[in-house]
Design a protein around this ligand. Sequence first.
Ligand code: C5P
Length: 230
Amino acid sequence: LKAAVIIPAAGFGTRMKLDHPKQFHKLAGAPILVHTLRAFIDHPAIEEIVVVVPRDQLAHTRELFAQYAPEAANKNLSLVAGGARRQDSVYNGLKALSDRCRVVLVHDGARPLVSPEVINRCYQGAVEHGAAIAAVPVKDTLKMADLDGFIDKTVDRTTLYQAQTPQAAMKTLLQQAYEHNGDRDVTDEASLLENASIPVQLVEGAETNFKITRPEDLVVAQRLLSEQHI
Ligand code: C5P
């Protein structure tokens, strides 16, 4: 089945303390968002790519892609303006998709280290089960706090996972989930699907598929991206 990817990159990255949105920060020779884009340009199942950026960055992003990823011209690539919340940005992307693709992947612009294997697992999971997201088991012991900041109890971590992206679903299911949720706040697409009682499979993500969030993440990402291109 043909697949499309929506790459939300319309956040302001305030936790990063940079003077520009983090997705435009250059690492290993190209902006973070370009590294993310390349992971999908190179992938054979992906027929269509929609990148969502802040409205005032549309022209700048177009220039960056022409400069750093001219190969994108061979895929169906479009740029759309984001919304106030991540879920609004993804919805703008969803509305911009053509009718060609039946599977939709959503992948954070700030996760440039996604591997072809992780993309494949999400795609296959969506084709077989309707929806699938990349996730990794929780490594640390988890504590629930009381209101005074003392430990209330230890939470059993054996069934707990950290959600990553890609988050993939049959397009009709994702559209149905958006309609079901109305304006409810969520932080990922899987939440929309869960709220609509649509089953979502967890597939194996990767520790290297982290979201660049804090300044120290830049150091690790720089190192790993440089090695990728050797
Ligand atoms: O803020 P957070 O790191 O969770 O954002 C995850 C992804 O969603 C980032 O790539 C960010 O640029 C994007 N985003 C968006 N529109 C927003 C907020 C975040 O596209 N309004």
